[in-house]
Design a protein around this ligand. Structure first.
Ligand SMILES: CC(C)(COP(=O)(O)OP(=O)(O)OC[C@H]1O[C@@H](n2cnc3c(N)ncnc32)[C@H](O)[C@@H]1OP(=O)(O)O)[C@@H](O)C(=O)NCCC(=O)NCCS
Length: 189
């Protein structure tokens, strides 16, 4: 299987298939990084697994499947340094919608515009390679950067589940943002 195939890119960022050489970065990300504090840190997930199982999960998730459109990609900077990942998923109740997720896992790359650029590219890719009418994302009310990125790209806040969890003494809302295909194509981004 061809590795590292570029899915979509711009001047500053590359969204591509994973390579075996990304494995060490992935294991590192599971163990450290600010991202872990912001992506639903109360949920049980791969970061909690022993290293050998993390490696198996990486192979399963990133090297074994190449669906169209892709379920997940590695984010790399313009020099092909891996810095995080993006994914898309689809719960049954949103049959006409892709839900998307993003984590920039290298702390030095946070807050420098990469998230905005990646989400813009990923939305273009998903709309252009499927017939889904909406793209949505979920985040929590403590995640100012994620909310700002969604708003900068014109996603609308369509739902709020108030007071859904308490984390570090703060009551958090879960927010749902969404964009439809017609509006995405008509807005300049
Ligand atoms: C959320 C995330 C993808 C955003 O990507 P990013 O590259 O950091 O964001 P950008 O630099 O593109 O944009 C951040 C925006 O938030 C603003 N911002 C940063 N910190 C902020 C704060 N504390 N309050 C309000 N706005 C803030 C920035 O000013 C910028 O807006 P601007 O361009 O209008 O100035 C990234 O921060 C990340 O991966 N975080 C950790 C994991 C995570 O939260 N994943 C999402 C889970 S839902």
């Amino acid at each position: 299987m061809k590795e590292g195939n570029v899915i979509i890119s711009s001047e500053s960022v590359i969204l591509r298939d994973a390579k075996e050489s990304d494995l060490d970065n992935y294991v590192k990300w599971m163990n450290e990084g600010e991202w872990k504090e912001f992506d639903a840190p109360w949920e049980k997930r791969i970061t909690d697994l022993p290293e050998e199982e993390i490696k198996v999960r990486f192979i399963e998730l990133y090297l074994s499947e190449r669906e169209e459109p892709r379920r997940r990609v590695i984010i790399a900077d313009k020099n092909d340094v891996p810095i995080g990942w993006m994914n898309r998923y689809n719960k049954d109740k949103y049959e006409n919608t892709w839900l998307v997720g993003i984590d920039i896992c290298e702390d030095g790359y946070l807050g420098k515009g990469y998230g905005t650029e990646c989400l813009r590219l990923w939305m273009d890719y998903l709309f252009n390679n499927s017939n889904k009418e909406n793209i949505g994302l979920k985040t929590y009310s403590f995640n100012d950067r994620m909310m700002r990125v969604a708003e900068k790209l014109g996603l609308e806040q369509r739902g709020i589940e108030p007071d859904i969890i308490e984390w570090k003494g703060e009551r958090l809302d879960r927010l749902f943002y969404s964009m439809d295909r017609v509006r995405w194509n008509s807005q300049k981004h």
